[in-house]
Design a protein around this ligand. Sequence first.
Ligand code: MN
Length: 311
Amino acid sequence: MITHRSADLDAYACGVAIKELLERLGLSVTLVTPEGVSQPVKSFLARNSIKYLENESCDPESAIAVLVDVSTLSQVNELRDFVRGRRLVVIDHHEIHNIKPDLAVIDPSATSCSEIAALLFKEVGIEPSAETAKLLIGGILSDSGRLSRARDLTFEALAWLLRISRVDYQELVSSMITEVTFSERMARVKGLLRMRVYRVDELLVCLSNVNAYESSLADTMLRAGCDLALVASEHDEEVRMVGRSSKRLQGMLSLADLFSELAQYFNGEGGGHATAAALSVRARIDVWTLLLKALERFESMVGKKAVRVMD
Ligand SMILES: [Mn+2]
């Protein structure tokens, strides 16, 4: 069972839950979270006194690899070879790219991988442990934008999980409010300083780069008023870019399309949703080359030239 790297709450919760489900069905399962889990997961576990399941290593005897919340193989890094040689199961709420599973439980209308996991438990008539139920509630809340992207089934799953976990809902919600660390605030501020803004009619396209907290910066840029926020970052052998887009851009342009075009152009891997996407390229490309290429593809997709905004 493998989650995407530095697992977020949804990925970790989903991984733990599916592991528990498969074990209850008599299978033996190891849970691998490449590069561990992210900070919000650690604080969620601590505040709700849930024990942390240590990151295990892949058992070479495994017959099956299960990917949860992983939409492209670039998100599992060095485990690609492990995955390639095995029967593959994918459980996800993203459309998947460059993965050919033998069995797939994919539901893009679900808010989260955790919601899918909860519904699987319900369907086979097994109740998760109270701890796992708590985790799944956290996963659903965090990936649904605190339920703003929920559907009917989300509430059914939540009501069921709340009963099993016997948790106080309001306490759980307040345990999810995380203090932003100094380094994250610093990354956001540096990213804002480096930001270049372009205008197409009343749309604002904003480009920047940081080497950590890319998504946090992209979200900050959206809240500041950008319609498209693209943030590039350099890592050892790799250049990455995340994208977020506003409601105003919806219907005009899908980031999933823009990012898969860029992936093709740079020979990397990319994809995601209409309003959130990611790309990674294993090459030493200048971050601004990548960002400006993205701007150029954006211009040709909307059929208009962008004008740089200066103060
Ligand atoms: Mn997710």
